[in-house]
Design a protein around this ligand. Structure first.
Ligand SMILES: C[S@@+](CC[C@H](N)C(=O)[O-])C[C@H]1O[C@@H](n2cnc3c(N)ncnc32)[C@H](O)[C@@H]1O
Length: 216
């Protein structure tokens, strides 16, 4: 979203992560695993710190990078994270196992839309982080927001989808359909009666939704 120069300026100012996290970043780059962008994740971590989130639900673990970043940034927090891809589940388990934070991270294996029962055992959550199949954001939000604390916050990544949500002409039909879904989600979210939301143009676009104290 920011111009390239500013983007790398900010990236350069961000301190190095611990060796395991750096190894995960390198792995993700080499194997094209879509982990959250650096400025996006730093923004999310800062919000979680300010919010003092104690229990966090993550939809979309991939190799466990963001789950581990949350565990490191919030030393008291417990993270429940869902992943359906078998290969990534094994990688996440291995990385988390090496991190020393395994007791605070619970990996739920399966499709997020089918493991509600298991997830509900860990509810309520102070924060929910949605970072899975982009076409299903509204379903994830609707399903899991009922397990959010009164004062909870929902963070959704990739809502600007490389800026494509603002493009009027997109050649690929598949991309066009996906952009339409993300745009639909953004409009639905921004008009949601129970949440105050803002979309930040950082990383790939991060939506922050705060539950309203009083239900309308
Ligand atoms: C963008 S990656 C997650 C990146 C991770 N949050 C990070 O920043 O390190 C999205 C992941 O969500 C998983 N995923 C997509 N749809 C899912 C679903 N319905 N249930 C569970 N996992 C899903 C994909 O397999 C993929 O590994």
């Amino acid at each position: 979203m920011l111009n390239e120069k500013l983007h790398s300026y900010i990236d350069d100012l961000i301190g190095e992560r611990n060796p395991l996290l750096m190894e995960m970043e390198a792995y993700a780059k080499e194997h094209e695993v879509p982990i959250m962008e650096l400025v996006g994740i730093e923004t999310m971590l800062q919000l979680l710190r300010l919010h003092r989130s104690g229990k966090i639900l993550e939809v979309g673990t991939a190799i466990g990078y963001s789950a581990l970043r949350m565990a490191v940034a919030l030393p008291e927090a417990k993270i429940i994270t869902i992943e359906r891809d078998e290969e990534r589940i094994q990688l996440a388990k291995a990385f988390i196992g090496r991190s020393g934070h395994e007791r605070r991270i619970t990996l739920i294996e399966g499709d997020a839309l089918e493991v509600e029962k298991q997830v509900s055992d860990y509810a309520p959550f102070d924060a929910i982080f949605i970072d899975a199949a982009k076409g299903q954001y509204q379903k994830f939000f609707e399903l899991y927001s009922s397990y959010l604390n009164e004062d909870g916050m929902i963070i959704t990544d990739n809502v600007l989808f490389k800026g494509l949500v603002a493009e009027s002409e997109i050649e690929s039909k598949r991309t066009r359909n996906l952009v339409k879904k993300i745009d639909g989600f953004n409009r639905w979210l921004m008009n949601h009666h129970d949440y105050d939301s803002v979309i930040l143009p950082v990383g790939d676009g991060v939506a922050i939704s705060k539950r309203r104290g009083e239900r309308k």
